[in-house]
Design a protein around this ligand. Sequence first.
Ligand code: SF4
Length: 299
Amino acid sequence: MAASRLPARGNARSLRFLLVAVGAGLAIGIATSVAQGSLPQTLTPLSNSTGTWCLGAFALALLERDPRRAALIGFASLIAMLAGYALATELRGFPVGTSMFGRWGAAAVIAGPALGIGAAWLRGPAPLRAAAGVAPIAGILLGGYGGAWLHPADASVPFASRPLTEAGATLGVGIVVVVPASSCGIAETARIARYMAGESAGQCGPCVFGLPAIADDLELLAAGRGDAELLARLDRRCGEVAGRGACRHPDGVVRLVRSALDVFAGDVRDHATGHACAGHRASTVLQFPSAGSARVGAA
Ligand code: SF4
């Protein structure tokens, strides 16, 4: 009798989790639409990046320990986000293109279950599976473009100031971007460095000259076209810029770049020896206020 009740109880709980995921997905989709155009410029990546939805689906799938049920949650939450976003956008009087349904529908079918299974594995007892659970993620950008990269293995670090600081990251402006393994963390960092170099107010030499030089080095590294001195030069330039601006703008960039060199260390070694990954040609998952700032990997 008791044995026959257990699966029924488990099914009821899974149904509750699924309903929670669909409800939360709808809310995230609606919030994304409403936030677009209303958030301050520095927070727009929160409403425009694919990472926000992927992180949402991953977090909701953490409700389930069973990989099959978590895969369903990953899929259903992404579909719900898409439905919520489309509904809210239409109600706000903006048209929703069919291409968006195609793109995100495909992402829900392909990435949703993968994110769900990864989340279930992360909760499981097997350390190797837990590591594999976050394998679809290349890195996690915390604190916005003046923040720091976090290794996927640190995905379970509590989202609070102290634990993040201990992990070498920062809450910063509160923005989280999950970068998939199909992207290149070095190329994304180069795009951010180039964008941030253009955001200088042009008052201090280390910032005016240092940040573009750092962006140059990162773009060469991302493309696998660096010379033998590139990594040493990049490290030296970071040291020359850090702490020498009248404000902390360059310090944030240096922190981000140094964290990238650490989190993507394996990729850095490959790129530095001319073996750039295919991801450096992928479209960016980041959002920049001005067109043209994301040059790396552009056709
Ligand atoms: S360090 Fe700050 S004040 Fe100096 S140029 Fe850069 S952004 Fe401007």
